[in-house]
Design a binder for this molecule. Sequence first.
Ligand code: SAM
Length: 242
Amino acid sequence: MMDFQYRNTEPELMDKPNVPIDILRLVFRDINKSNRYLGGNAITLANVCKLIKLFPGKQYTIADMGCGDGEMLRQIAGHFRNKETEVVLIGLDLNENALAIARELSVDFPEITFLKQDILALKPQDFNCDILLCTLTMHHFSNAQIPLFLSKFTKLAKIGIVINDLQRSALSYYLFKGFSAIFIKTKIAKHDGLISIKSGFKKKDLITFSKDLTHTTHTINWKWAFRYVWVIQTSRLSQSYE
Ligand SMILES: C[S@@+](CC[C@H](N)C(=O)[O-])C[C@H]1O[C@@H](n2cnc3c(N)ncnc32)[C@H](O)[C@@H]1O
């Protein structure tokens, strides 16, 4: 039986710099399929809408850290089309090939721009946003690295941060094995999906990280399928989130 007590530290195959762009495109297709079937992006979008409702305004800048192929931002753009709320969307990722795919898939989305950025090298003066997203990206980092960028995130986001990441659990691991045998095509996504669950979080991990973040309020909820959504309010006017 595998041990899920501690976070895995084995790197994911998709983070290797030499993954060919055509393979990476298929890997993102698999990730998007998992997100669609298992509710990932819908949960993030619901929490973005909730923050916007709590802090009403006309225009919001939303930055997605580790945006991959940009699917999350396209869904946000689609949601706000023909609505009064305007969104300016920025996707940041370290991987040039991911950014090339994101730009290719987003030609019909002038409200989205993509930038190359290493999350670990972020500086508070780099840019400003109202809401910052980090979906399925935090588990790529070690326990020592996470507090370094979380504290920068709290300085960059005026209203709040939505972190959506995987729960580390044996049940989730074995269920994903079955899910990926049927729905996931690429070897990389099958392999990395399992590694990601082993690198995911228990609620107590997130609570520990939250204790280092001053002047913020936190809401951590478990969501199907095996996700934690952690909303960090950075605004001084923090609102009740329940
Ligand atoms: C599993 S993908 C998640 C993509 C997307 N956010 C989603 O929810 O489907 C993780 C992304 O984090 C990016 N990433 C990993 N390390 C990074 C770093 N140091 N700086 C910026 N992006 C990074 C990877 O290139 C990859 O696109």
